[in-house]
Ligand binder design. Structure first.
Ligand SMILES: *Cc1c(COP(=O)(O)O)cnc(C)c1O
Length: 379
């Protein structure tokens, strides 16, 4: 079995499993309890907060643990909107945000906010000058992701942060795909709020974090007890948080080495496909891109058929286009880039990770050209 869908989720690292297990057994306390059972786990949650902060480049006190990347995204968008609605009702968001960001923005659009959706160019890049031109005296939030989940394309977060700072507007960055793949420097970046998710970096599903810069106004999404310094109610997912912290620590230690190796495999896969499959095109900027991701259009092929053919060979990849009730819904990300529908519907994302090997890439290159030729009716 060959897994090339790491942007969807990653396998949990064995050291992460080992770190979390005691918190499912003997270390069962509630971190808010002041007795021995609570104290035993409180320290572990705070250690995880430090580990996440080290990867993000922020202060531990700026990390708010959430139940997912999606929750962190919702908290950022709705929380800033709620806190600043007296100051303005305008949001700027890129057109290629993850649904966990675009749908909260749409929700606000239906509830009194105005959203300017920023286009990207054919390479998936965002133009900071156009972003700055979209700012009005009502703008309270800029939402622009660090790395795109479908194409891997990187946005210029430093430039966006500088613009946001100049206009004193909060800048929310979905860093879910970037974390563990490119260095993050929350302190220097000008980002006001940064979303992270555990299961995209070898921790379990169901844990994430929103980093909120000291002084940035953001209301809670989940109201309840005084956990997370009153920013997020609910008894902590201790095992998940400990796992997330450990996974961040491992990522920080291994990222440079891992990513160099993974980039080599990704490039080998791309070059092999371009050499062997006619009419294959890479979507997204070739350099300003995550090292593990490639999004490739196979003209004249339906992505789902190709994915099924690959699945029969034990190869897991994914498509940007989701097929719902027989009608092929095209990826909003590829549409925003101006990729013609004929190419977009044949686009497949391969996202590599720590476990992948050169032999696996060779195996994909041995079967993929034949599957594409068969689907094109040219065996
Ligand atoms: C996966 C993903 C999310 C959602 O994270 P979950 O933890 O799965 O809810 C948000 N943004 C991006 C860019 C993602 O890739």
């Amino acid at each position: 079995m060959i897994y090339l869908d790491h942007n969807a989720t990653t396998p949990v690292h064995p050291d992460v499993v080992e770190a979390l297990l005691p918190f499912l057994t003997e270390k069962f306390g509630n971190p808010s309890s002041i007795h021995w059972a609570g104290r035993a786990v409180k320290g572990a949650v705070e250690e995880a907060r430090e580990q996440v902060a080290l990867l993000a480049g922020c202060e531990p006190g700026e990390v708010v643990f959430t139940a997912s990347g999606t929750e962190a995204d919702n908290m950022a968008v709705k929380g800033v909107a709620a806190a600043l609605r007296g100051r303005g009702n305008h949001i700027i968001a890129s057109r290629v945000e993850h649904p966990a960001v675009s749908n909260p923005c749409l929700y606000l659009e239906h509830n009194g906010f105005e959203v300017t959706w920023l286009d990207v160019d054919r390479d998936g890049l965002l133009d900071p000058e156009r972003l700055e031109a979209a700012i009005t005296d009502q703008t309270v939030l800029i939402a622009a992701m660090a790395a795109n989940n479908e194409t891997g394309v990187l946005f210029p977060t430093g430039e966006i942060g500088a613009i946001a700072a100049r206009h004193r507007i909060s800048f929310f960055c979905d860093g879910v795909q970037a974390a563990g793949k490119v260095p993050l420097d929350f302190r220097e970046s000008g980002i006001s709020l940064l979303a992270l998710s555990g299961h995209k970096l070898y921790a379990p599903k169901g844990v994430g974090a929103l980093v909120v810069r000291r002084g940035v106004k953001c209301h809670p999404l989940v109201h309840g007890g005084s956990q997370e310094r009153n920013r997020r109610g609910g008894t902590e997912n201790v095992a998940g948080i400990v796992a997330f912290g450990k996974a961040c620590e491992i990522s920080r230690e291994t990222m440079v080495h891992d990513m160099a190796r993974i980039r080599g495999l990704r490039d080998r896969l791309e070059e092999g496909i371009l050499a062997q499959v006619p009419d294959a095109r890479i979507n997204g900027h070739r350099e300003l891109r995550l090292a593990n991701t490639t999004n490739i259009s196979f003209a004249g092929v339906e992505a789902d058929s190709l994915l099924m053919g690959l699945d029969l060979e034990g190869i897991a990849a994914s498509s940007g286009a989701a097929c719902s009730s027989g009608t092929l819904k095209l990826s909003p990300v590829l549409a925003a880039m101006g990729i013609p529908a004929g190419e977009a519907k044949g686009s497949v994302r391969f996202s590599l990770g720590r476990g992948n090997t050169g032999d696996e890439i060779d195996r994909v290159l041995a079967v993929l050209p034949g599957i594409v030729a068969r689907l094109r009716g040219k065996p």
